[in-house]
Each structure stands twice: as C-alpha cells, then as structure tokens.
Ligand binder design. Sequence first.
Ligand code: T46
Length: 147
Amino acid sequence: MMNELETLYTLRPQLVQLPKIHDPRGNLTFVQSGKEVPFAIRRAYWIYDVPAGEERGGHSHREMAQLLVAVGGSFNVNISDGHNWRTYTLNRPFEGLFIPPGIWRTLDNFSSGAVCLSLVSNDYTEDDYIRDYEKFRAEAISRKPRI
Ligand code: T46
C-alpha cells in the first residue's frame, strides 16, 4: 500500500476548477483540504509586486504539494517533470494549478498587479528544495512522465 507521499508522486500537475459563488455583491471562491486539493493545506504565501520581466521559482520540491492561484492579474507557470515541459497561464481567481512534488517550476510573465497565492502541504524548509535543474533532472528522469 502506498503512503501519502508515494501517492502524490503518482499524480499529474493539473488545472483545478474551484467553486465560484456568484453574487451581485461580488463573487467568492474557496478551497478545501482533501476536496479541491488532494492534500491537507498547511501553509499559505503569496507573491506580489513582481517587477516586469522578473521570474520566481526555479526549483522543485521533494515533498511539498501546492495549488497556485492567480487571485489577481496573470502570470505563466512553466513546469517540467524532467521529461517534458508545459506552460500554463493562470489568470482566473477561480482556477488553480495543482503541482505535486517532484515537478520543476518557474513563474514568469507577471502582469502589473498580479498576485500569486500558493496553498501548500508542508512547513517551510530549505531541505525540501532542489534548486539545480540538472540535479533535479538526474533524479526525475528515472520516474514516469507526468506531463
Ligand atoms: C514556490 C514558488 C512559486 C520563507 O521564509 N517562508 C516561506 O514560506 C517561503 C515560501 C519563503 N520563505 C523565504 C525563503 C527565501 O529567503 O522567502 C525567500 C524567498 O523564497 P524563494 O526564493 O523560495 O521564492 P521563490 O519565488 O523562488 O519560490 C516560492 C516558494 O518558495 C516556492 O515554494 O513554489 O514561490
């Protein structure tokens, strides 16, 4: 039987449509652990005030799963499983990109005023990061393609 981390390593990155409560007073969207995301949400952070042309990310995580949401503006998320690359444009506050562990990501092309909300499964620890692409690829290439 697979443990939780092994299960996350079988999952593919994918867009997740989040609940949207239409309301004349303004719309509302929410995320629930174990429902819209297949992990318990442990931490949240958000990236904002990104100068034009700047890039964020540039690493993979060993154990952390996450959901990225453009709660304002837009940006691109470029992901790699060591075999293939794919780019997603996030620009809807009711749509998230689920990224399981073992996937490289860079974020770029931030619009003015963009806010990237990240809901993640783990506490922050630098030990969870692989920040060298070749090192990541050497490990990831032995796993099955997920992109
Ligand atoms: C990711 C992308 C999308 C903390 O102290 N606590 C935290 O929870 C986080 C996320 C960061 N930090 C510190 C660590 C660094 O000194 O904030 C600094 C910047 O973090 P980092 O260089 O990792 O930022 P990005 O944009 O490369 O990556 C971040 C997340 O770390 C990462 O998980 O997927 O955003």
